[in-house]
Design a protein around this ligand. Sequence first.
Ligand code: GDP
Length: 211
Amino acid sequence: MTPFDSIFRSAHFIKSAEKLSQCPVDQGLEVAFAGRSNAGKSTALNTLTDQKKLARTSKTPGRTQLINCFGLNVEDRRLIDLPGYGFAKVPVAMKMKWQAHMQDYLMNRRSLAGVVLVMDIRHPLKEFDHMMLDWSKSNKMQVHVILTKSDKLKRGPAKSTKLQVAKALKDLEVIGTVQTFSGLNGDGIDELRLKLSTWLSLDMFIESEAE
Ligand code: GDP
């Protein structure tokens, strides 16, 4: 439990955008989720928001290549689901278009507070992840890596993967943090909510509620 759970539970679909210009008005703060397909991004979003179907929107045919935007019930705070894909199978033209839109979003979105990079703990730091980390570095964007499906590994190997990824961030000069996560047993859910509450400055809403 964290003081922010109910704010995350309030997440609701706002809109899907093909590119930056179609995203909601660029004010307030938002956090974007990125990851290779199958890494566990939808599960992480559903677990974070305690909703079974939230990220289904992002899996609806036709929406998988879109930037899907979810609002929270506090002023101008959003969760953004960025499109990911299985790298090899995508036609070059589509890959180029995706890269252009992602770079534009990451470089020019003023309300973007940080990127949650979702990796399957058994397959970290693939080509897609390195590309996201490179962009984050050049934009001085903060990254929080969640190593999903931690329930699939024993504690020792999970910890050493976490250390390995943390070292990679440091070597790449990316400003970032790493945690393990599991939608199955709830590992890391509080850690993720606390991290995002900092990025989204949610404490100000908790205080005002208590007054
Ligand atoms: P996405 O493509 O990144 O949105 O990935 P999904 O969230 O759809 O997950 C891909 C597959 O991994 C699905 O079969 C999920 O059930 C499974 N999965 C996701 N998260 C976890 C987890 O924390 N633990 C386990 N054991 N399986 C998971």
